[in-house]
Design a protein around this ligand. Structure first.
Ligand SMILES: *[C@@H]1O[C@H](CO)[C@@H](O)[C@H](O)[C@H]1NC(C)=O
Length: 385
């Protein structure tokens, strides 16, 4: 074992749960266990679901058996052990893995809910690769029961109103969290899995999600309940992660103060932010960015990219394939990394996409075209600010 690997295993004393000492430098494995068709249109078409918006619709159309087979092929190929080696080689130390609740198949309620089966074996395989390569793993409930936000394929279903915010649905999610917690602590494959995020991106309006803080408080207790039952020592308990206050659906700290092993998540896409959409503005915004207000620390910038505002993204000034634009994207990447490493670190969205020559959402492709350095630790040296 290389000496350089040891810091990852060192526990961060201040947090008193399982979070690495180093800054997190990572990538999301987007569209693996929760398909987002926009990221993998070719593959989605080859699965027979090209015109459909979500996993639920795809399984309903194909039928369970055929769908299970199509998704197995997707899990088999979308992220391989070679990808994990590349992630490691590029100086990254973390993966964030979006999950649908249906990976715990007992949480699927029939009729109505229809999702691919058999994903857990592939998650086990992924976790064991991460352990072998000493990559830290964040598991994230991306697709909550009945969807936590409307019209988002990233929830696994395309619904007109978010159905998650009621007690029966919360119970389904607690069952998912408890099953995952037990699975993590009783399988050696999950040795480097240390964080569980209880909900990704709910509706950004607390009035539409009035019970959310209650869900957060109970979710935390449910995870700890399993750990107490299993006798997991305090330093090995999972870090429980929440979307931060600035997301706009309430301040999780209101129900987490005094709790140990808590972390927050901020998603920072200037593409959607109320800033001027110019290169100068993107750089100065990123250079001056700050996080963790209202006691929301430690905080990870768990999603961000090089995507730019939709009305300008294809113009000559921003076009990624134009040689003269590449230097900007390198600099902006570095500016973001420097800002996010003032916090607990970052996880880029995403590792891999099928967006042709547009590498702004694909860490692997951006490294291959030379926009990102082969060592993720080089950002500060680029003096972006
Ligand atoms: C991971 O495995 C190592 C080596 O067996 C062990 O010392 C360590 O306690 C394990 N960590 C967790 C979080 O289970």
């Amino acid at each position: 074992m290389k000496a350089g690997l040891l810091p990852l295993l060192a526990l961060c004393g201040a947090v008193a749960a399982w979070l690495p000492h180093d800054k997190l430098r990572g990538v999301n494995l987007g569209s693996l266990f929760v398909v987002e068709p926009w990221m993998m249109m070719r593959k989605w078409e080859s699965m027979g679901c090209g015109s459909l918006k979500s996993e639920l619709e795809c399984v309903s159309k194909l039928g369970q058996e055929t769908a299970d087979k199509a998704f197995r092929d997707h899990w088999e190929t979308w992220v391989t052990e070679q990808d994990m080696d590349e992630i490691k080689k590029y100086g990254l130390n973390t993966i964030r893995v979006p999950l649908g609740h249906w990976i715990v198949e007992s949480t699927v309620q029939k009729p109505g809910e229809q999702f691919p089966r058999g994903g857990m074996a592939y998650l086990d395989r992924l976790a064991s690769w991460a352990t072998a390569k000493q990559l830290y793993v964040i598991l994230d409930l991306h697709g909550a029961p009945a969807a936590q936000t409307p019209q988002q394929p990233s929830t696994g279903q395309f619904v007109s109103t978010a159905g998650f915010f009621e007690p029966d649905r919360f119970n389904q999610a607690y069952a998912f969290l408890q099953a995952m917690t037990e699975h993590i602590h009783t399988n050696a494959a999950y040795n480097t899995t240390g964080t569980i995020q209880v909900l990704n991106e709910p509706v950004r309006d607390y009035s539409q999600a009035p019970l959310l803080l209650q869900y957060y408080a109970t979710a935390y207790e449910k995870i700890r309940e399993v750990e107490k039952k299993l006798g997991v020592s305090k330093d090995k308990r999972l870090t429980v992660q929440f979307m931060d206050k600035t997301w706009g659906a309430g301040n999780p700290k209101d129900v987490m103060s005094g709790k140990h092993g808590v972390a927050y998540d901020n998603h920072r896409y200037l593409k959607y932010a109320p800033v001027q959409h110019t290169k100068e503005s993107y750089l100065s915004t990123s250079c001056g960015d700050s996080f963790g207000e209202a006691g929301n620390t430690p905080i990870v910038i768990g999603e961000w990219s090089l995507g730019v505002e939709s009305s300008v993204e294809k113009t000559a000034e921003w076009e990624p394939t134009r040689e003269q634009n590449k230097a900007f994207y390198t600099k902006w990447w570095a500016a973001q990394v420097v800002a996010y490493e003032k916090q607990a670190g970052w996880v880029f969205w995403s590792w891999k996409t099928q967006l042709g020559g547009d590498w702004r959402w694909s860490y692997s492709a951006a490294v291959k075209v030379g926009v990102l350095p082969e060592d993720a630790g080089k950002a500060a040296e680029l003096s972006p600010c």
